[in-house]
Design a protein around this ligand. Structure first.
Ligand code: ZN
Length: 544
């Protein structure tokens, strides 16, 4: 996702700050934790069948949920958000007793659930789903129209959860190994969902059914519907793993501008395959699909609404000029194919794994085409957007995101760690290694932190703690004493000991320091100023 940068968010900051240690509700716990009714079964497959009726803005259909029994149990939790309603649940054709608790449904299974067995239930549902108020940030269903008055409909549900529009196990830790999505729409419209289109069936009731199939694990919020009078074109990209099918969908009124703007896709793939390794879903292809909102990283069907202009709605978030040379939504949302869809957070509290790396992917894209200095300027330029309002990591087990600093501060933390690594080829191997080691997995922050420490041979825990779990930006204090410059870290945890490169005097020389909370001395003569290499996200101050 991309964060909306508006006065609205700035104005509401104090309110967020006040309520951040909320009062999480019973509903938050049911939604955000791996409850006893979730933990015993492992998702293997979903078949979502849904009929979309724009005339009365309703959905109806079912999800077949296949699962493997990990531990014997008889009660299962499935989620579906109000005002949608579960109509009935069946196993082997027999109806089951269901108890509703808010947006969760607890299903009592009759058949003994034996460890190791694969079973399935089917959950039937219907109703008017929540309408998105400000997609993609405040999501749900978007019922829009194109210029000619035809329906233009989409889903967006990150954070909110996929159960806003279909019944599922709405927790990120568990993904199905594959998924079928069958969508029935009025006959003049086309549905674009995830994976490959297997079949289009014309029905006798003036509707058509689009059968999509995803052969890879997919996260809940990555599943999507895009419905409109789409024009479609395709090409083949020769990538690291061979031919990759690219499919593009745009409204008729935007066909020419889309064909022009979407030429950036092969450019994006070239840069990201270089930095991160092969596109993670060759089997499912890559799609870029016009949507009636800004954009979202839907797996293998990235959605696009950036008005076919470079920048973020025509603006450069870094204010360096580099961000105007490419389309922010094509680059950022596609970057998520590696960090969000390939490597996925288990708990939304660790959303930095998606957004910090993807913010940094913008820097790496810039670097790939315009040079290392350009990339560095871009990520450093984004610092103006950092708020340091609350920690980047949110509260676990209650579906709670941390600060929006997960974007620009997180990107700058990674850029700082890259300086500590001090070797660009190792840095690239680290990024590729992450995508290989955690290929198609859901992960915790701890796993990523440990991997990066192990692979770099650096003790990065104090760095991660400082930037992810605290709001203070480390301050390198220095003072002039007989014999040189004294320096130490302040405004940080007491064990923070990150090395830093500094310039002493107006233009050098440069020194690599190992500051801690204790004063240390750099024996330099007649020097009165010290500045931190701008590539490090830290501050410095002269004290008496
Ligand atoms: Zn994002």
């Amino acid at each position: 996702m991309i964060r909306l940068l508006s006065l609205f968010l700035l104005v509401t900051t104090p309110i967020f700050a006040q309520i951040q240690h909320n009062e999480f509700t019973h509903d938050d716990t049911l939604r955000g934790s791996i409850t006893p009714e979730r933990v015993w079964w492992d998702l293997t497959f979903y078949h979502l069948t849904v009929r979309v009726q724009p005339a009365d803005s309703t959905l109806s259909g079912s999800t077949e949920i296949r699962y493997r029994v990990l531990k014997q149990a008889q009660t299962m939790q499935v989620d579906l958000q109000r005002p949608l309603q579960v109509l009935r649940v069946e196993q082997d054709g027999k109806p089951l007793v269901v108890r509703q608790d808010g947006n969760a449904y607890f299903i009592t299974l009759i058949k003994p659930q034996k460890t190791g067995q694969t079973e399935a239930i089917t959950v039937h549902y219907a109703g008017k789903p929540r309408v998105a108020k400000r997609p993609p940030w405040d999501g749900g269903l978007v019922w829009s129209r194109d210029k000619s008055g035809n329906w233009f409909i989409a889903t967006a549900c990150q954070g909110l959860g996929a159960s806003a529009w279909w019944p599922c196990k709405d927790h990120m830790y568990d993904e199905p190994d594959s998924m079928a999505i069958s969508v029935t729409v009025p006959e003049d419209l086309t549905d674009v969902s995830n994976g490959r289109l297997r079949r289009v069936t014309t029905n006798s009731d003036h509707t058509r059914t689009f059968d999509w199939y995803v052969v890879n694990p997919i996260n809940n919020y990555g599943v999507n519907l895009n419905i409109g009078r789409y024009q479609h074109w395709s090409e083949t990209y020769k990538g690291e793993k061979g031919p990759l099918a690219l499919n593009f969908y745009a409204l008729p009124e935007h066909l020419d501008s889309a064909k022009m703007q979407f030429r950036q896709v092969p450019k994006m793939l070239k840069a990201f395959e270089y930095w991160f390794g092969p596109y993670p879903f060759y089997e499912d292809g890559y799609k870029l699909v016009e949507a009636p909102y800004l954009g979202m990283e839907h797996q293998s069907s990235v959605t696009y609404g950036n008005h076919f202009r470079n920048g973020y709605l025509g603006r450069d978030l870094s204010r360096t000029g580099w961000g105007l040379l490419w389309d922010f939504i094509i680059v950022h949302e596609s970057g998520h194919e590696w960090f969000a869809n390939n490597i996925t957070y288990k708990d939304v509290a660790d959303m930095w794994i998606h957004e910090s790396f993807t913010n940094y992917s913008e820097c790496l894209f810039t670097e790939y085409y315009y040079g290392k200095e350009a990339g560095a300027q871009y990520v450093i330029g984004c610092r103006a957007l950092i708020r340091n309002d609350r920690p980047i990591i949110g509260t676990y087990n209650v579906n709670h995101e941390g600060s929006s600093d997960m974007y620009y501060k997180g990107g700058n933390m990674l850029h700082t760690i890259r300086q500590l690594v001090g070797d660009d080829s190792r840095w690239r191997q680290l990024l590729r290694g992450l995508n290989k080691t955690f290929y198609h997995q859901t992960v915790t922050s701890d796993q990523i932190e440990r991997y990066m420490s192990k692979e770099t041979g650096l003790i990065l825990k104090p760095v991660f703690d400082q930037y992810l779990r605290d709001v203070r930006i480390p301050m390198l204090e220095y003072r002039l004493v007989a014999g040189g410059l004294q320096y130490r870290w302040t405004n940080c945890f007491s064990d923070f000991d990150m090395p830093v490169r500094v310039c002493v005097g107006e233009s050098g020389p440069y020194y690599q320091l190992q500051p801690t909370a204790q004063w240390k001395i750099l024996p330099v003569k007649n020097e009165t100023a010290l500045t931190i290499d701008a590539n490090y996200y830290a501050l410095s101050k002269l004290v008496r």
